[in-house]
Write a new protein. Structure first.
Length: 241
């Protein structure tokens, strides 16, 4: 699965564990289940694009790398049990997951840090198709402030002005940004996080190689590419033993 696509479909995590309403009662969904919903959503989106109408739990499980029993248990939390011998209706199940993840609404994103990584995130075209819209770019580099950066995929691009970090709170208020992305060097990430929270941001995606301390009620998802490569190196080394 493309890294950026994974970030889009599961990159946003709500400030509370999603709940599913069934029979008039609210059932909390576990974090483990929430972490697997993006993979289900991605697979179902691909199936819908291919105009496939139905899919069995075994087939969907194979596409997403989980057991069919785990998949059925995860989907039961959404009130979706499928039909024996028939399976799941692709479009409806995709809608259920989309609703539960909050992808049926528009999420505005502010990116702080417009270096190579920040620009790559801004350029990525998968955000828009999954309900995420980059509305602001912010940086402390005087050579970048006031310049324009193209955001989005080719054919659907918009140019956004890079704002000064000193204006972060005003930018968030003016654009009504809901999600914050930290793509700054490690030494400035905590200060940026503090200011995002102070400005009302309650969900942060952190690319800086540092742990962020945030108040209760604020969610942080950490993406550490170097750590992932180190884990791969560990497993690769063990293959040679």
């Amino acid at each position: 699965m493309c890294f950026f696509a994974q970030m889009c479909t599961f990159g946003y995590m709500p400030s509370k564990v999603p709940s599913s309403i069934k029979d008039g009662h609210t059932h909390k969904i576990s974090e483990a289940t929430v972490s697997r919903l993006p993979a289900y959503y991605r697979a179902l989106s691909q199936l819908a694009d291919a105009q496939q109408i139905r899919i069995s739990s075994e087939e969907l499980a194979a596409l997403t790398g989980v057991s069919s029993a785990m998949l059925r248990k995860d989907l039961s939390h959404l009130g979706s049990y499928g039909t024996r011998g028939v399976g799941y209706e692709v479009e409806f199940l995709r809608y259920q997951i989309s609703r539960e993840m909050g992808l049926n609404q528009d999420w505005s994103v502010v990116i702080v840090g417009v270096g190579n990584l920040g620009r790559a995130l801004a350029h990525y075209g998968g955000f828009g198709s999954r309900g995420f819209r980059v509305v602001a770019l912010v940086d402390a580099d005087q050579t970048l402030i006031g310049t324009k950066v193209k955001c989005g995929a080719e054919g659907k691009t918009v140019e956004l002005l890079v704002h000064a970090l000193s204006d972060l709170e005003d930018v968030i208020k003016e654009t009504n940004a809901r999600l914050g992305v930290v793509a700054t060097p490690a030494e400035s990430a905590q200060v940026v996080s503090d200011r995002l929270v102070k400005a009302g941001i309650r969900s942060i995606l952190n690319f800086a190689p540092v742990h962020l301390s945030v108040p209760e009620g604020v969610d942080v998802r950490k993406v550490d590419l170097a750590s992932e490569l180190q884990i791969l190196a560990f497993h690769e080394q063990r293959k040679a033993i």
